[in-house]
Design a binder for this molecule. Sequence first.
Ligand code: MN
Length: 201
Amino acid sequence: MSFELPPLPYAKTAFGELISEATFNFHHGKHHNAYVTKTNDAIAGTDHAGKKLSEIIKASEGGLFNNAAQVWNHSFYWLCLSPEKKEMPAELKSRIEADFGSVEDFKEKFKAEAVGHFASGWAWLVLNGDKLEITSLHDADSPVAHGMKPLLTIDVWEHAYYLDYQNARPDYVSALLDSAIDWDFVAQNLDGEGVSRADQG
Ligand code: MN
């Protein structure tokens, strides 16, 4: 069994100028697709063939880790986005208020982590034990490899925003946090929903 590039859960034109069709063509059609192809090439004929993506991530290093984790991270990232502006479900809102003070404080802290992350990587909201935490990880690294439950991610590799925002990473992160996050999906991830959906690869 090999992994497949998951289809986007919305049209590539659905976000207008917020995320352009050209960005989806490259980011999903080229970058994500290449990670899928390279993962499949690396596991063919090995003990990893037939394993779940998260199992491969936990059991690998080097090139296979990088490609498998990038497949997982991107599949999860697409699910975090919504072309329609969504309200935050009450349970998630109260969890965020308990751990960050307010939704605005949470957004400020998440933005600071995403913007301040040096070079390529991913900003994450995770459940670590019973507590919500904001963190960022370098390159392909993923909370899946560290026993944390991912709730939300924003890709801060330049390929995620350079066509639409050039070097203005703060504008990209703000635009997504303010208008394009699927907070229903984030809330479902408290129960592990998104982890299993992204695990297909
Ligand atoms: Mn990316």
